[in-house]
Design a protein around this ligand. Sequence first.
Ligand SMILES: [Zn+2]
Length: 393
Amino acid sequence: MDDGITQRAAKTELNNEEFTRYSRHLIMPEVTIEGQRRLKAARVLCIGAGGLGSPAALYLAAGGVGTIGLIEFDEVDLTNLQRQILHGTKDVGRKKLESAGERLRDLNPHTNLELHDCRFTGANAQDLVERYDIVVDGSDNFSTRYLSNDVCVWARKPNVYGSVFRFDGQSTVFAPHLGGPCYRCMFPEPPPAGTVPNCAEAGVLGILPGIIGMIQATEAIKLILGLGDSLLGRLLLFDALKMKFREFNLRRDPQCPVCGENPTITSPIDYEEFCNMSTDSTGVAATAIPTISVHELKQRIDGKTPTIILDVREPFEYEIARIENSILIPLDELPDRLNELNQETEIVALCHGGVRSARAVEFLRGSGFARAINLAGGIDAWASEIDSEMPRY
Ligand SMILES: [Zn+2]
């Protein structure tokens, strides 16, 4: 790729400490001092310092990428540590940016860190992306992915994509200006809100984002060095259970509204509306489905208001934590077990974070249960706000 990196690399020097630090790179004829100067001159923006951003940023810094921008607004939560290896136990409750900055500075003091303590939004995305050569998208939601895609297409910056779900991961490089497709060529429309559970809802094997984030970092480093074949135009799928990589060719869609021949989207849109979701702290899709809070449910229980508490999670989840007197009917069994529920009584459906139960409520209402409502935030909100003794998972 080219660009500013070549010009900046020509003016970049390495000191003796750096020669030693990067010696395993420098002795490779494909890298040498020239390549290491390119790495030092390069500017990479990592969106998110979570599961994907952690390994990506660590290896980019270790390998000598000169400037790493990190954009992150969140704080370290105990549930993060199973996979977000930038952060440690002592960091729980701290800003992720602080702990990430500390760790990365310790790893490589030559890396210039640009820490952006904010959300990545339509208002700041273009300004941010313009300042970097490559974007590594470690976000975990559709609206951010569409936003980072669109902005990278407009700014002609490669966008290294990764996503993980349970035991599966995927990665590719979007760069229409280099001849590849963009995210919208692959997914023109987001899935309907609530139909794709997120990692908080469905879980993820902790090492999965490690593998995919490192693939993203590998692709970024290859792009900087101009080495090998990138994932441009190829979607790489990883299945940890089968321990198999597969790949699919991706094609550019000439009708793509962003990178196509006659683009119809040329500036940021309302991505949350487009993806029909809210960005509340639980990441739960907000739809038109009637909802109550965990506090309202507590009041109903305390006031002995007749309410059926319907838990639609799986039995093993119910075993970990449950609300007293709740009925367990896993979501996929619900259609066959409607006769166990009373249409006249209010039904509060819950799951882990509120996504599956939103689907349950939608289904119940369509089946004549007009008093079905969703518990916002699910059992996780209950554990954090009502019952501090309850285990969280
Ligand atoms: Zn496209």
